[in-house]
Design a protein. Sequence first.
Length: 134
Amino acid sequence: MKTLLPVYYGWAKLSKVIKREAIVVMFLNDSPGPRIGADGMDGVTRFMDVCYTRYQTDAEKAEAQNAIRLYTRYDVFLDKHHGSLQEALQANSIADKNNVSEAERKRIEKALYSHYMKNHPKYKEPGCQLELQI
């Protein structure tokens, strides 16, 4: 029987511990032991606002079988991309290009973008300091 392991995409919930905005990608691993919920969402929603969910590919499942933790988490921090939402979304898309189709990467990007813009309605892409205002 094949198990379907989800991958969750979303934004980090800011708190006293997590202080930087980031795109969060969490993989549910195929580790033995108790599960928090049937689909793993209980543990995921504690740390992030989920925007998109997909299932892992066979290559990703192979890595998930060797994991000792319940989740594997990857972050794409906005401040590492100079506060640019477009650069952070592009970096996330490039990281997924070996396992996710182009159409699904566009859907992920659209879901992350719309959630961010809903919570930051006055956001503008940072401009270059070398631009001339004419």
